[in-house]
Design a protein around this ligand. Structure first.
Ligand code: PLP
Length: 407
């Protein structure tokens, strides 16, 4: 920890919340540069590089807008650029982040139709299809879903949502929040026919918080031309016009863009498919630990396990926040807290971004020791189970110590 005036703590801090995630040294060094003139030629080269490079991460050939804002800003941008006051939107409450986006839609004067879930499951595409089938007059202007619900550890099937919308032959825009999946779970903006994808810098992209993104389709851009919600800072029009020349309509977060350039390079060096495989493997190892501890996963459907985080229930009567306090105090390990209705009932293990086998094992070891110290009933052997899986799957892993090994 680097808190000013705090006594030195030996070793490193283990940041295993599901974002922000640890920032690789290469990215820290890329950011650690003198600020440059954001209207000068050097900046223009940087901007053109990141505006083009970020498309590979979203798997799109269409424009991606970069805001100096947290993910919440990019949610707002998606809505205010495409919707008009009183427009109906279909949203699925997969957990706390979907719930916050829903509240934002109400504040912006939209009329959301909320499909509720048990916060243990992902988006049911057949329910979306039924709602759209029933909307013969095409009142619903957008379907808004969260890909990786960071509060529950549930990953929704976006391709299935697209197919459902196609089957219903409904013209609504598809908007997807990939704030905790971008750069760590497979995502395909173009192939899945997404109209607005919302991303953030502080998770799979391994950057500090402070940048967020809208990847937009031609259909979304056309909708923005007639949409009537007020927008100024978020306006796609000004941003796209400036970006065209390699600049921004206002002062950009220059040093984070240096970091973004390095993050894109790092992800492409490893190869996105290898990055996704690494996350899937770590998710499986974490879940084997949870099963051996005899604890319950928040996500009920194996097809929806998020590869980027694992949300674990503590037994009734136990306090997950006490466990988190114990792991921080004794092992300098930060775990994610239960949010909203899950407060105290679950803890979340983040295994996304710059995470390798041993960083995952450190987190799982800290959890197992923490369970003992916090007096939470559990069975020993979670760490062993995760280790056994990592050993067993090591030969299938295309990466070793984060370096891709030639076949
Ligand atoms: N959506 C998801 C899935 C998130 O995980 C988060 C933050 O963790 C947000 C939205 C909100 O983003 P931010 O906190 O960067 O504003």
């Amino acid at each position: 920890m680097t808190t000013k005036n705090a006594p030195h703590r030996a070793g490193r801090h283990f940041l295993h919340i599901p974002g922000p995630t640890p920032v690789p040294d290469r990215i820290l060094r890329a950011i650690d540069q003198q600020v440059i003139d954001h209207r000068g030629p050097e900046f223009q080269v940087l901007a053109k590089s990141v505006l083009s490079g970020i498309k590979t991460i979203f798997k799109t050939t269409q424009p991606v807008l970069i805001y100096p804002a947290s993910g919440t800003g990019a949610w707002e941008s998606a809505l205010v650029n495409t919707m008009s006051p009183g427009d109906h939107v279909l949203m699925v409450e997969t957990g706390q982040f979907a719930s916050l986006w829903h509240k934002m839609a109400i504040k912006l004067g939209l009329v959301p139709h909320l499909i509720e879930t048990d916060w243990r499951s992902g988006v049911d595409a057949s329910v979306i299809e039924a709602k759209l089938d029933a909307d013969a007059s095409h009142t619903i202007k957008a379907v808004c879903v969260v890909h990786s619900e960071t509060s529950t550890g549930v990953l929704s099937n976006i391709a299935a949502v697209r197919h459902a919308m196609n089957r219903a032959n409904h013209p609504a825009l598809l908007m997807v929040d990939t704030i905790s999946s971008l750069g760590s779970a497979d995502y395909r903006h173009d192939e899945w026919g997404v109209d607005v994808t919302i991303g953030g810098s502080q998770k799979g992209l391994m950057l500090p918080p402070g940048l967020s993104f809208n990847a937009i389709s031609t259909k979304a851009l056309e909708a923005s031309q007639s949409a009537k919600l007020p927008r100024a800072f978020w306006s796609w029009t000004e941003m796209l016009a400036s970006n065209e020349t390699g600049f921004f309509p206002y002062t950009p977060a220059t040093n984070l863009l240096y970091g973004l350039q390095e993050a894109i390079t790092i992800l492409n060096e490893e190869g996105l498919d290898n990055v996704f495989a690494r996350h899937i493997r770590h998710g499986e190892a974490a879940r084997r630990a949870v099963a051996a501890w005899g604890l319950t996963l928040q996500c009920v459907n194996p097809a929806e396990y998020s590869p980027v985080l694992t949300t674990v229930q503590v037994p009734a009567g136990c306090d997950a926040d006490h466990l988190r306090e114990v792991t921080l105090r004794h092992f300098d390990l930060s775990l994610g807290m239960g949010l909203a209705r899950l407060k105290g009932k679950v803890f979340r293990i983040g295994h996304l971004g710059d995470c390798n086998d041993l960083s995952l094992m450190a987190a799982l070891t800290g959890v197992e020791m923490g369970l003992a110290l916090a007096g939470i009933p559990y069975k020993q052997g979670g760490v062993d189970a995760a280790m056994a899986y990592l050993v067993e799957s090591a030969s299938n892993s295309s990466t070793k110590a984060g370096v891709t090994i030639a076949a």
